[in-house]
Design a binder for this molecule. Structure first.
Ligand code: ZN
Length: 172
């Protein structure tokens, strides 16, 4: 399934630059993440970030660096107040999990959007994401928030969770 294809030719202007080094997320994956978030407006989008690295015996997390994201899988937002909250729809989450297995990809993070607020984690975000720390991820997980407060100038920020807190990821 073409989860990691970009959505070219859809008429959306690409007037934002890729603010993260390519070794942490590919430009294609970044564009796709932004596009998924735009399409979900005015509701929050959410989904899974994965890496195809790790094939052919290559370990994804031999270093402490986060794995490079090259795959973005949208997951439907089942939260009853989806304009300012998100919750993975279980069927989509299961589908994403099996898709990653089938394509030999590894879960490396999650993303969601903030349609009208800055890319800063909320208390609801922390509560909603703490369960992921118990998931089967092998390396470090990153948590990405895309702010569409200015839709033509999306702002993204990446975090990891340590204890019960979000810590900004240093991706420079
Ligand atoms: Zn949030």
């Amino acid at each position: 399934m073409p989860f990691n294809q970009t959505d070219d030719g859809n008429g959306i202007a690409r007037n934002h630059s890729m603010p993260f080094p390519n070794k942490f997320i590919t430009a294609e994956a970044y564009e796709r993440m932004i596009e998924i978030c735009r399409r979900s407006l005015p509701e929050e989008a959410c989904g899974v970030l994965a890496t195809t690295g790790g094939g052919a015996g290559e370990a994804v997390s031999t270093t402490n660096a986060p794995a490079r994201i090259d795959t973005v899988i949208p997951i439907a937002n089942c939260h009853p107040m989806a304009k300012n909250s998100f919750r993975f729809c279980p069927e989509d989450w299961i589908d994403a999990y099996y898709s990653m297995q089938k394509n030999r990809q590894q879960l490396v993070g999650f993303f969601h959007s903030h349609p009208a607020t800055p890319p800063l984690p909320s208390t609801r975000d922390l509560n909603g994401l703490l369960w992921t720390t118990a998931s089967a991820a092998k390396g470090r997980l990153s948590y990405w928030i895309i702010s569409l407060r200015q839709p033509l100038e999306p702002k993204a920020a990446a975090y990891e969770i340590a204890g019960n807190r979000f810590i900004p990821l240093m991706l420079a």
